[in-house]
Design a protein around this ligand. Structure first.
Ligand SMILES: Nc1nc2c(ncn2[C@@H]2O[C@H](COP(=O)(O)OP(=O)(O)OP(=O)(O)O)[C@@H](O)[C@H]2O)c(=O)[nH]1
Ligand SMILES: [Mg+2]
Length: 232
């Protein structure tokens, strides 16, 4: 709480303002095949231990209020500096037999964006199938009538984030991650872009188990991008 400069009497009022008006919601659904690192990323974001994580078997909702790094560069007198972002991350099971949970998650928890995680060492055919499924499931949330859904998809504003995880296994070479996306994912990714042309489409590469300050900044940058798309 940075309210001391306001004086004691105003402090309480400021807390109420911060809670009620300065908090913004970011709702993200994290999808991808089993073992790509979805739960690990969420735990990192929450500041929890990333050791001994078991495979996810049902939809799990995680909420955490965070401040983004970019906020610390704003003046103390700027509202932006004092905001909190209430991130709701919807974690889903990645096992292929449980992919139908993804549709349920997208219907039950309205999302601002989908982070689709890729493991560069896993089978790419399975993972491109998973991405195709994401595109189809998201489309189905827009309308039961497929023709109407396709029409609505052209206007919908969402964020699609293709995230290559485990870049440590690629010797931290972002070029290699880019090459994998081009080689295996570009057809599905381009189809998704054409289907949702008004949405934001991004990609990045991270290592969710890497606890260095530099990696923290990269992960923070993903949420900064999502926040910018939604609120700026
Ligand atoms: N080398 C490496 N391993 C990672 C990284 N991120 C996650 N892992 C490991 O990958 C394994 C699977 O991670 P999870 O977070 O459980 O993957 P998930 O996508 O949630 O899997 P499901 O719940 O089955 O869908 C764990 O052993 C993690 O430690 C990473 O950046 N680098
Ligand atoms: Mg999991």
């Amino acid at each position: 709480m940075k309210s001391t400069f306001l004086g004691k009497k105003l402090k309480y009022a400021f807390i109420i303002i911060e809670n009620d008006m300065l908090t913004r919601d970011l709702s993200i659904t994290i999808l991808g095949n089993s073992g790509v690192g979805k739960t690990t990323l969420i735990k990192r974001l929450k500041g929890e231990s990333v050791e001994d994580i078991s495979p996810t078997t049902q939809i799990e909702i995680h909420e955490k209020k965070i401040k983004l790094r970019s906020q610390s560069f704003k003046s103390t007198f700027s509202i932006e500096r004092h905001r909190s972002y209430r991130v709701r991350a919807v974690d889903c099971p990645g096992d292929m037999s449980l992919w139908p949970y993804w549709k349920k998650a997208l219907i039950d928890y309205k999302t601002n964006g989908i982070i689709f995680m890729i493991d560069p060492k896993q089978d790419h055919k399975v993972q491109t199938d998973a991405l195709t499924q994401v595109s189809n499931y998201f489309l189905m949330t827009l309308d039961e009538d497929i023709v109407k859904a396709e029409r609505k998809a052209r206007k919908v504003k969402a964020i699609f984030f293709l995230l290559v995880n485990k870049i440590d296994l690629l010797e931290y070479n972002k070029g290699k991650a880019d090459q994998i996306i081009r080689e295996y994912y570009s057809a599905v990714w381009n189809h998704l872009k054409e289907r949702f042309p008004n949405s934001g489409h991004y990609w990045d590469a991270i290592s969710a188990i890497d606890e260095t300050e530099q990696m923290f900044e990269t992960i923070d940058g993903i949420f900064e991008t999502i926040k910018r798309e939604i609120y700026d």
